[in-house]
Design a protein around this ligand. Structure first.
Ligand code: HEM
Ligand SMILES: *[C@@H]1O[C@H](CO)[C@@H](O)[C@H](O)[C@H]1NC(C)=O
Ligand SMILES: *[C@@H]1O[C@H](CO)[C@@H](O)[C@H](O)[C@H]1NC(C)=O
Length: 509
């Protein structure tokens, strides 16, 4: 009796809420607010259609509303601003008006730890980025390339999917979404954090970082402390990893050996803020987690997409091999940083991969003060969020001809790129500012510091593949469609390639 009463009451309440919500949207349109994407379920809003395929969601609504519109997702009001102007509006907004920390900290702080990135005032983040950037010099990159080459070789030798100790294995199938994250974290930790940190990945670090990963998901973006095992394991792993970095730091301070050109040493030497405060060892430890995580999923996704596109394009693979031979000779001497600088096709393969598959589809800011959108009568109120989607103009035929074709050559000759600079002073295709259709690394104060490193890491790894292997997608399969269910845009499974060695037995791996 009382159960059915409550059941009926809940149902009636639900129906009323849905109807009121629908009527409100249809009847009350505030001309000073961006148009709102229609949604049936209050609070939940457009979470499903946005979450499943954000680019389709953006495109569908752009057709209805133009470049600016608002959607509701799990209680948040998010205003999307598309196109180069939208990029500029969101990414170059003043820090007094919008903040990244209030949009991201609930997700990132449990993963990185306290006192760094979004768990500190923005002025501190700006200085932390400067410290990190100061480590990433040409000199450091020169020393990194041989380290990456060596890591890639060691990986092939140890990985069961590659040579696994049998250097004469002539072919096999490899699951890229297993292999590339591993190669990424080994190469990044070895170069950015040094030998001892890299060695930890042969022990417990790999599993602990796995646990961190599993606590860095869209679910945790919405419910940061949802009581599931993934959340508890995340917190345990964060503490253990941070403590391990602390041990490494103490050991380096004890021996006084700061000779390696890694980012950790730069922090140990130079991380003193302008007001004289020195970063604590705990903060430096947490910063190391932030830096590794910042580059991990982004770079692993990018190398996977690149290898998939190359697997589907023999002519491009051949051209890249030819480039290796031209720069390094028919014997393919060991790759150096300076060689990479002479390989424009390799570089443009990375650039084109990031155009079609920027790892991050949504860059968000919390709105701290009512924000007028220039050139419109719209005001985004305090408490809402704004969202830039740099990936949208990157596949818009207004800026890139045949945008869904993977064509690294378009960058070589700047062909199939529509140069708006010629039409409009405000636009440049690859500009330092934010009003650009090509921004895979973001723009403005939160712009990525890892771009150069990513090119060195990805360039070296891809060059190693080109030199050693021929490969293709199994059964003549096409490049997979994107999967948006994790924090970065990944190729949908299966992410396998089938490889054969170019010259079995010639090189002693
Ligand atoms: C292909 C590789 C990468 C891509 C596509 C990428 C992309 C991005 C993007 C789009 C942003 C801006 C986020 C926003 O505005 O909300 C960003 C910020 C950042 N990235 Fe990267 N990233 C990559 C690699 C790396 C690497 C290797 C590192 C570390 C060495 C790194 C460290 C950072 C840091 C510290 C920020 C600044 C966050 C802020 O200021 O709020 N990234 N990255
Ligand atoms: C391919 O790799 C698997 C491990 O993933 C291994 O068991 C198998 O022997 C390899 N096949 C060849 C032909 O080397
Ligand atoms: C490759 O791209 C990076 C990043 O955009 C750039 O700094 C570098 O100069 C480029 N190198 C070549 C050879 O084009």
């Amino acid at each position: 009796m009382s159960f059915s009463f409550w059941a009926v009451a809940t149902l009636v309440f639900g129906v009323v809420a849905v109807v009121v919500n629908a009527l409100k949207q249809v009847l009350f349109k505030d001309p000073n607010r961006p148009p709102v994407v229609f949604h049936w379920i209050p609070v939940f809003g457009s979470a499903a259609s946005y979450g499943m395929d954000p680019y389709k969601f953006f495109e569908d609504n752009r057709k209805k509303f133009g470049d600016v519109f608002t959607f509701v997702m799990l209680g948040r009001h998010i205003t999307v601003a598309l196109g180069p102007r939208g990029n500029d509006f969101v990414l170059n907004a003043k820090h007094s008006d919008v903040s990244a920390e209030e949009a991201y900290a609930h997700l990132t702080t449990p993963v990185f730890g306290k006192g760094v990135i979004y768990d500190c005032p923005n002025a501190r983040l700006m200085e932390q980025k400067k410290f990190a950037k100061s480590a990433l010099t040409t000199g450091a990159f020169r020393s990194y390339v041989p380290l990456i080459v060596n890591e890639v070789r060691q990986y092939w030798l140890k990985s069961p999917q590659f040579f696994g100790g049998d250097s004469n294995r002539a072919s096999n199938k490899t699951h890229l979404m297993t292999a590339m994250p591993e190669m990424t974290i080994f190469t990044a930790s070895r170069t950015l954090q040094g030998r001892e940190v890299r060695a930890k990945f042969d022990e417990s670090f790999a599993d602990l970082y796995h646990d961190l990963d599993r606590g860095f998901t869209p679910i945790h973006f919405v419910f940061p402390n949802i009581p599931i095992p993934a959340t508890f394991n995340r917190d345990k792993a964060q503490r253990k990893i941070s403590d391990t970095y602390m041990e490494v730091i103490r050991e380096r301070r004890r021996t006084g050996d700061l000779s390696e050109q890694d980012v950790l040493n730069t922090f140990l030497r130079d991380a003193v803020y302008k007001d004289g405060v020195r970063m604590s060892d705990r903060e430096i430890a947490n910063m190391m987690i932030g830096i590794l995580m910042g580059g991990q999923h982004t770079s692993a996704a990018t190398s996977t997409w690149a290898l998939m596109h190359l697997g589907a394009d023999k002519a491009l693979r051949d051209a890249l091999y030819q480039e290796q031979v031209e720069v390094c000779g028919p014997e393919l001497r060991e790759l150096t940083y300076d060689d990479l600088q002479n390989m424009p096709l390799l570089n443009n393969t990375i650039r084109e991969t990031l155009r079609m598959h920027p790892p991050l589809h949504s860059l968000m800011r919390f709105v701290r003060h009512d924000l007028t959108i220039e050139g419109t009568r719209y005001v985004v109120p305090r408490g809402h969020y704004v969202l830039a989607a740099p990936g949208v103009p990157m596949i818009d035929s207004q800026y890139f001809k045949e945008p869904l074709k993977f064509q690294p050559e378009r960058w070589l000759e700047q062909k199939n790129i529509i140069d708006l600079a010629a039409q409009d002073q405000d636009y440049t295709v690859v500009s330092k500012g934010a009003k650009s259709p090509y921004l895979p690394f973001g723009a403005g104060r939160h712009r990525c510091i890892g771009e150069q490193f990513a090119y060195v890491q990805l360039g070296t790894i891809l060059a190693m593949f080109v030199r050693e292997f021929e490969w293709s997608l199994p059964n003549g399969r096409a490049v997979p469609t994107p999967d948006y269910s994790s924090m970065v845009t990944l190729p949908a499974e299966p992410s396998d390639i089938v490889w054969t060695r170019r010259r079995v037995g010639e090189k002693k791996y």
